[in-house]
Design a protein around this ligand. Structure first.
Ligand code: ADP
Ligand code: MG
Length: 351
């Protein structure tokens, strides 16, 4: 089932939590809503779920206005950050809950409930915990049970609000890959909220980047990472270095010597943003755009080598090079080297 969000605005008192937000989630897609705390992610998810009403705009499920439908008729499964399992109920009863509260005419028989719960426990690979209480499970297990419970009503749409937010880093990593496979196997439409860019980049088909109640960009992980439409998106999706370019004699340069970057007759100054892996490190300047820096920190532990460097003007740079480049250059702390942008990810001009 597709979800269409059309020009949704939500105001709390005088505060605009959502400002003319539109997006479409196609059937079967896994979409991440990514943004800093307070950007309106939860509010949007709650409006889609029917737990909150918008001040303007509409939500369409499979092309039909969702307002007409009751929350419980929307076929929506909801999973929150804090597992919200019922403490006094066993895992079995937690999962069965959504089925037991159905109106009598729709309620499955006891035998059907039993079969359904076991099927779901199998799906989340936790068949052996049926008779345990939530307190007897690990965080990751509780979150999988919360998913099983959300799925009991056979939702066509799964909404997840920071589902792994309160888990340890390695459990988060494991569960996010698990969620991806899970989503693919079930053929449902999923929308999940996160403030963790790595999580969004790794799991989602598309990322919706939110900032202060507005959508900054919608795109595939590759698009939002490599072709950000704003400095906000660029900064939010990973480390980035800022070069302040100067204009001298009508020519734009970022390095220590004047030179030609591109025709810059009308440009007063420019900001060039470059990702850490898009910087060349050399012992001699490569071009007029090379910046002289001192290496202040080198971290070779990892698949790449992370370097912090400082220019004479105090500008700090994050650099990432391969282990091979690091060895070939024979770099050490306090070395003076040159950084040259290989590719500008994003630039802003002042005219
Ligand atoms: P996010 O999930 O991205 O962190 P939220 O959607 O929870 O953001 O909140 C967006 C903004 O709206 C925040 O500034 C928050 O304080 C405000 N807000 C959310 N819910 C309410 C509410 N019920 N009453 C007043 N303000 C709210
Ligand atoms: Mg939130």
């Amino acid at each position: 089932m597709s979800i269409e969000v059309k020009q949704i605005t939500k105001i709390f008192g005088t505060f605009k939590a959502l400002d003319d937000v539109s997006l479409k989630v196609e059937t079967g897609e896994l979409i991440a809503l990514l943004g800093p705390s307070g950007s309106g992610k939860t509010t949007l998810l709650r409006i889609i779920a029917g737990l909150e009403t918008a001040d303007a705009g509409e939500i369409l499920f499979h092309g039909e206005d969702a307002k007409e439908k009751q929350t419980k008729d929307r076929s929506v499964g909801f999973v929150f950050q804090h597992y919200a399992l019922f403490r006094h109920m066993t895992v079995f009863e937690n999962i069965a809950f959504g089925l037991r509260v159905k109106p009598k005419s729709f309620r499955p028989s006891e035998q059907q409930i039993k079969e359904k719960v076991h099927e779901l426990l199998k799906l989340v690979q936790l068949e052996w915990v049926a008779s345990r209480y939530p307190s007897q499970l690990s965080g990751g297990q509780r979150q999988r049970i919360a998913l099983a419970r959300a799925l009991a009503i056979e939702p066509k749409v799964l909404l997840l609000d920071e589902p792994f937010g309160s888990l340890d880093a390695n459990v988060r990593k494991e569960l996010r890959q698990w969620l991806r496979r899970f989503h693919d196997n079930l053929h449902i439409t999923s929308l999940f909220v996160t403030h963790d860019q790595e999580e969004a980049l790794e799991v989602a088909d598309k990322i919706v980047v939110m900032n202060a109640g507005k959508i900054e960009q919608i795109g595939t992980p590759e698009e939002v990472y490599h072709k950000p439409v704003s400095a906000f998106v660029l900064n939010f999706l990973g480390n980035v270095n800022l070069f302040h370019a100067r204009v001298e004699e009508g020519k734009l340069s970022v390095g220590t010597a004047p030179g030609v970057q591109e025709p810059a007759a009308k440009i007063k100054s420019a900001k060039m943003y470059v990702r850490p892996h898009q910087l060349s490190v050399t012992r001699e300047p490569l071009s007029v755009n090379s910046v002289k820096v001192v290496l202040v920190f080198i971290n070779p532990a990892g698949s790449s080598v992370k370097i912090e460097a400082c220019a004479q003007d105090g500008n700090n740079f994050q650099v990432e090079i391969t282990q091979d480049e690091y060895k070939a250059l024979n770099l050490a702390k306090n070395d003076e080297v040159y950084l040259t942008p290989k590719k500008i990810t994003y630039s802003e001009y002042e005219i």
